[in-house]
Write a protein that binds this ligand. Structure first.
Ligand SMILES: [Zn+2]
Length: 168
């Protein structure tokens, strides 16, 4: 989601991979996500059009990390999210049987975010507070207190705050 949508990360403009389709296929394979039944031999194949639509889904889901529940509810409906058993032996998924790969991924992703929010953990869906960074993350700290996507943003924010204090 981060790689597809944000325009700046860790204080720098984001360079999107020249071949977004190949990058997405690699990411799906790496995370072992294949809609059920698997496309091909367990390897996800995307068209350019699907890659563009997936980038649109990433943009659609980004506001959920800022607590926009209404946007997430609209996305759940738009992508046909519904619990459904697929395959033999049956596997629980959250997209309709026979749906296309983009809607399948979107429905599964929307449902995962909705589950996090629905069990009272929505504050763990965060976006980085550092200037020049739009990355989103799932906060796994014990008291849900993480503010930055990583150390580089934390250090930059600290340095900015330090300089601001010295000026006053
Ligand atoms: Zn950041």
């Amino acid at each position: 989601m981060n790689a597809l949508h944000v325009t700046q990360a860790r204080g720098r403009p984001v360079e999107h991979p020249a071949d977004r389709r190949a990058a997405l296929e690699a990411a799906f394979t790496r995370h072992d996500w294949t809609p059920v039944p698997a496309v091909g031999e367990g390897r996800v194949r995307l068209t350019e059009e699907s890659a563009d639509r997936l980038a649109g889904v990433a943009a659609e889901l980004h506001p959920a990390f800022g607590g926009d529940v209404a946007a997430l509810n609209r996305a759940l409906v738009r992508h046909g999210a519904v619990p459904s058993l697929h395959g033999d032996p049956p596997v629980l998924a959250f997209h309709r049987p026979g749906t296309d790969l983009v809607d399948a991924w979107a429905a599964d992703a929307c449902t995962a975010l909705a589950m996090v929010i629905g069990v009272g953990q929505g504050r763990r869906l965060r976006s980085c507070e550092a200037d020049g960074c739009e990355l989103v993350f799932f906060d796994v700290t014990r008291n849900a207190s993480r503010r930055f996507c990583g150390l580089s943003c934390q250090n930059r924010a600290k340095a900015t705050a330090y300089r601001a204090r010295r000026r006053t």
